[in-house]
Ligand binder design. Structure first.
Ligand SMILES: Nc1ncnc2c1ncn2[C@@H]1O[C@H](COP(=O)(O)OP(=O)(O)O)[C@@H](O)[C@H]1O
Ligand SMILES: [Mg+2]
Length: 455
């Protein structure tokens, strides 16, 4: 059953609507009178199926809030309510993604019908990606992509594409710097695929180099070579029915590339020392942080294999190109590591230091930063002093620019610029939130940001 959130600053309306929806069979109905609180709930990524938003609230524009809802979960359906009975406004709302526009006072049956309609749209949009009912891992599968924490549009599009390809056996090549979540994505694809009941085997090509490669991969029979004292099942056979993840595929030894290509082309392999071929019922997902195209040119990677592996290519952007994910990931890792030491909060200064850093090691590095910082915290709140020295140093360098020597009156514009940067960073580069902190409209903020040349 879908969770419904109603946001309206009129408590009487909230009470009435809640009772009505309860009677209509919706058990999980939440209400919120404070638009700021509503924004926080939505930002936290709480999974609302349908959100009803009053357009006429003080202090926040309803359409901005709807934008934030969709940014947090594009699948959520929004119903907009307003006392204004104007076609122009209604059309504008629908254009911006509302599912329905209701004028207040609204009749009970009209409100209920609108929510029903929204919930049914929701089900049909989600059904496309649901695993087969009755599938052994159906419930885990539905949530598999939720383990990937993100609010970035680029990431969302990639996840969407991954979902669409998950169900087929098409080979997938995931590219991106180390620590961007390539393996996490591969696992999610496996878990929503029809292969979820069978193993996901991750094999690091860099660590496998050497003469045992064939034996490890294909398995061998007893006596196949000196030291082969018994039969051995290789990775391929072990993964039967499942997914094989070829990590750091650029490091695949050249002489093995041809053998792997044969498996992909013929769907069969032979254990070392055996005479009969066996079926290889596996799906291949590979990952690399290297420039495979360059290796093609240098002929250290076979072109035919490259195209076989790259049925679909998904590229994960580095964390510094999706900084809006940083605060979410910090929250996520705080709840992962902070629990044991009761660290649940992080102060503004520490968050700014974390949000401003470039993370050559991407999410893996951020995770390690939080993990180590948590151990140094005293008193429940993560502060600047618990962060690694290199991060603090960079932060000091960045903040040095905002220091204004005494005795010099800075032009107002300079102060405004610095203040904007601070708020924008504090918001995790979220324009809606930053605008709220500053008490200005999102459009005003956008204009000022571009005026001052801030990305
Ligand atoms: N979007 C994300 N949300 C949550 N955890 C993530 C995310 N991206 C990466 N991680 C975590 O960061 C670490 C590195 O991810 P991994 O998938 O191994 O990266 P890669 O394979 O690209 O090197 C893992 O602990 C992973 O769980
Ligand atoms: Mg990896």
């Amino acid at each position: 059953m879908e969770t419904i959130l109603i946001i309206d600053d009129d408590p009487a309306f909230l009470e009435k609507a809640k009772t009505l929806l309860h009677r209509g069979g919706y058990d999980d109905v939440q209400t919120e009178t404070d638009p700021g609180q509503a924004l926080m709930r939505v930002d936290r990524g709480a999974p609302y199926g349908v959100v009803l938003i009053d357009l006429d609230m003080q202090g926040l524009d309803g359409l901005g809030l709807m934008g934030a809802v969709h940014e947090s979960d594009p699948d959520t359906e929004c119903v907009v309510l307003s006392a204004l009975n104007e076609a122009r406004v209604a059309v504008d709302c629908i254009k911006k993604g509302a599912c329905d526009y209701l004028t207040k006072p609204v009749r009970d049956d009209r409100l209920l019908a609108s929510v029903k309609h929204a919930a049914s749209r929701l089900r049909s949009s989600r059904a496309v990606f649901s695993p087969q009912p009755g599938h052994p891992d159906a419930s885990a599968g539905a949530n598999a992509f939720e383990s990937i924490i993100t609010r970035s549009d680029r990431m969302r599009r990639i996840i969407q594409e991954a979902r669409l390809h998950a169900g087929s056996d098409v080979t997938i090549l995931i590219t991106g710097e180390s620590g961007t979540g390539k393996e996490l994505l591969a696992q999610a694809i496996h878990r929503v695929s029809g292969r979820a009941g069978a193993p996901f085997t991750s094999i690091n090509m860099a660590s496998l180099a050497g003469s045992l490669f064939d034996a490890e991969f294909f398995g061998h029979t007893r006596g196949a070579f000196t030291g082969a004292e018994r039969d051995r099942v290789g990775y391929l056979e072990h993964s039967n029915g499942g997914t094989v993840f070829l990590d750091e595929v650029a490091d695949l030894p050249f002489d093995f590339q041809g053998k792997l290509l044969r498996v992909l082309e013929q769907g069969e392999f032979i254990r070392l020392g055996a005479s009969a071929a066996q079926k290889a019922d596996v799906r291949f997902i590979s990952a690399t942080n290297a420039d495979l195209e360059r290796q093609l040119a240098r002929r250290s990677f076979r072109q035919d294999l490259y195209y076989r592996l790259k049925g679909v290519q998904l590229h994960l952007p580095p964390l510094r190109e999706r900084r809006e994910d940083i605060p979410l990931l910090v929250d996520h890792f705080l709840s992962e590591f902070g629990r044991s030491r009761a660290v649940h909060r992080i102060d503004g200064e520490a968050m700014r230091a974390i949000a401003g850093y470039d993370y050559p090691g991407n999410v893996r590095e951020l995770r390690a930063v939080i993990q180590s910082a948590v151990n140094l915290v005293e008193g429940g709140c993560l502060t600047l002093s618990s962060l690694p020295a290199y991060l603090r140093k960079q932060h000091r360098k960045r903040s040095a620019g905002t220091f204004i020597p005494p005795g010099r009156i800075a032009p107002l514009e300079e102060i405004e610029r610095q203040h904007l940067i601070r708020a924008y960073e504090e918001s995790g580069l979220n324009k809606i939130r930053a605008a709220r902190i500053l008490g200005i409209g999102v459009n005003t903020l956008r204009r000022k940001l571009s005026l001052y040349g801030i990305r």
